[in-house]
Design a binder for this molecule. Structure first.
Ligand SMILES: Nc1ncnc2c1ncn2[C@@H]1O[C@H](COP(=O)(O)OP(=O)(O)O)[C@@H](O)[C@H]1O
Ligand SMILES: [Mg+2]
Length: 243
């Protein structure tokens, strides 16, 4: 009886601490994210200027330009997650063509050379009704995770199709990788804030992705096998449905 009560109290206590931590984290994330936007914008403008005035710079310098650009881009991505984690999201939905959006995502977040990428959608895929910026951010998160899970190379497949459930139409977008996969134990924690298995991870990507996709009337599903790979699937409402 005492043991039982003690366990309950400990659990309640842990829940409270977690809640408090998350509230503080939210505030901090929002503040830091906001403050970092400006300096990053300045660095971005500066590198753009340097590239313009030094079109004939030597290879080494060009490599450094590209490196700065890439890392600014990565930092920007983390900030977007911090801000979305901190604030409530509202989706500004409009008709969106998923195949085009996926191409944009793969241009913005290119897979490393060792990863073979293939994209496959039926030509008659209906438009979805969603916020294109938010869906792009979610797909970006999934593509980045997939590539990070395939450090030694592999195959990234983005495909999808139409899905009808109880007379309601949805579009399914699957991001598949042949990476490390996820253990059943970790699978349970994927959508917990700050859950990460990466040395430099922050563990907000999937939390934010879930929040954004749900704000768009959709959902996110995961299938994974340790050692084989993972598939993250987005399901979004088709444009015709007035929901
Ligand atoms: N495609 C994937 N393959 C294997 N593990 C993944 C994949 N996507 C997510 N994970 C696991 O989920 C964790 C949380 O992901 P995420 O929320 O994006 O945070 P982060 O990328 O900062 O670690 C990752 O650290 C990793 O362990
Ligand atoms: Mg991530």
């Amino acid at each position: 009886m005492v043991a039982e009560r003690t366990r309950e109290l400990t659990e309640a206590q842990e829940k409270l601490v977690r809640h408090e931590k998350l509230a503080v984290l939210g505030q901090l994330a929002g503040g830091v994210g906001h403050e970092l936007r400006n300096p990053l914008g300045v660095i971005n403008a500066a590198i753009y200027y340097l590239k313009t005035v030094q079109p004939d710079a030597n290879e080494k310098i060009k490599q450094y330009h590209a490196m700065i650009e890439r890392e600014v881009h990565n930092a920007d991505k983390i900030i977007a997650d911090l801000l979305d984690f901190a604030r409530g999201v509202t989706a500004e939905c409009k008709p969106v063509a998923i195949p085009e959006l996926v191409q944009d995502v793969l241009e913005r977040f290119p897979a490393p050379a060792a990863v073979h990428v293939s994209v496959e959608f039926p030509s008659d895929l209906p438009l979805v009704f969603a916020d294109p910026r938010q869906v792009e951010q979610v797909l970006g998160n999934l593509v980045i995770n997939a590539c990070q899970a395939m450090k030694d190379g592999g195959k990234l497949t983005v495909d999808g199709g139409q899905l009808t459930v109880d007379g309601i139409s949805w579009v399914r977008i699957a991001v598949k990788d042949t990476g490390t996969g996820i253990t059943p134990e970790n699978l349970k924690k994927l959508f917990e804030p700050l859950f990460t298995t990466k040395a430099k991870g922050i563990g907000l990507g999937l939390v934010v992705s879930k929040k954004l996709i749900e704000a768009n009337g959709g959902r996110i599903e995961v299938e994974s096998e340790a050692g084989k790979g993972s598939t993250f699937t987005l399901v979004l409402p088709v444009k015709e449905d007035k929901r």
